[in-house]
Write a protein that binds this ligand. Sequence first.
Ligand SMILES: Cc1cc2nc3c(=O)[nH]c(=O)nc-3n(C[C@H](O)[C@H](O)[C@H](O)COP(=O)(O)OP(=O)(O)OC[C@H]3O[C@@H](n4cnc5c(N)ncnc54)[C@H](O)[C@@H]3O)c2cc1C
Length: 275
Amino acid sequence: MSAVARERRADASTGIVRADFPQYAATVAEVHDLGAGMRRLVCEAPGLRDFVPCGPDEYVGLLMPPAGAPLVLPDPEPVNVRATVAALPPAWRPALRWYTVREHDPVRGRVDIDVVTHGDSGPGSTWVSRARPGDAVGIRASGALYRGFEAGGRQVLVADETAVPSVAAILDAWGGADDARDHGVEVHVEVADPRVLDAYDLGDARVHVRRGRPGSAVLPALDAELARRPGPVAYGWACGEASLAAGARRVLVRHGTDRRGVFFCAYWKVGRPRP
Ligand SMILES: Cc1cc2nc3c(=O)[nH]c(=O)nc-3n(C[C@H](O)[C@H](O)[C@H](O)COP(=O)(O)OP(=O)(O)OC[C@H]3O[C@@H](n4cnc5c(N)ncnc54)[C@H](O)[C@@H]3O)c2cc1C
């Protein structure tokens, strides 16, 4: 993994930045509805046989062509992919959204990408909801976020539906949910519909069902858990809706976790398209 990482900074509150950003012109090989709006795209490209993820929760830019248009990929070199995408002619310009590689199969040159669909309220959800085997899609490697292997000791992962694929990939990288638990990994997830978890083995993850705004179920429960079972948390990782992710960081820090040991990422924000 380290061969492709440009830098691993001293504190764990930052992600892993790639040295390069390989791009793949891929084909949707399979589509699976996993339940409660979660769709799995199995994407295939010969070049994905040589893809080397830089961390267990590697995220990629999915480049989704407009309906009826061919797939045109941006220049692979520049760091600022948004600018290179924006420079493409509107008729061919793909939509760009970020998703996590749930699983990479180097033998078949495939990646699984699990997407929470939310109707037609964003270009990512719209495209994924209509995706069919044979569709062309671009994949641009970007980086990874989880750095818990370097931490040692108790660690707390907090996620909503959009980050469940990431958590599942992280647990796999530990050797499975049981091994992860034995290494001190605790998982707290908040979902609107628990059926979204049917396709994942999250072991004894605490599952909190959301009835209100993001974070309203998991944050008080996390607070209570850390009060009930105090003790140092060496590493925190919180991803999902912006207020859930930032709120989880606040709770962890309030209970004594060093803020440099907490990574958090607003995967999405209520009412705002991804910039
Ligand atoms: C590093 C990283 C990894 C990610 N990995 C995954 C992943 O593996 N699977 C996954 O599903 N998502 C993942 N996401 C989140 C995903 O990129 C966002 O949800 C993105 O906003 C979806 O784009 P869109 O075009 O559908 O909606 P946008 O155009 O971004 O937003 C349009 C509207 O939809 C709302 N919206 C956006 N996402 C959701 C949602 N999930 N539920 C309800 N409303 C929403 C917005 O608030 C906005 O009002 C990841 C994000 C990042 C940064």
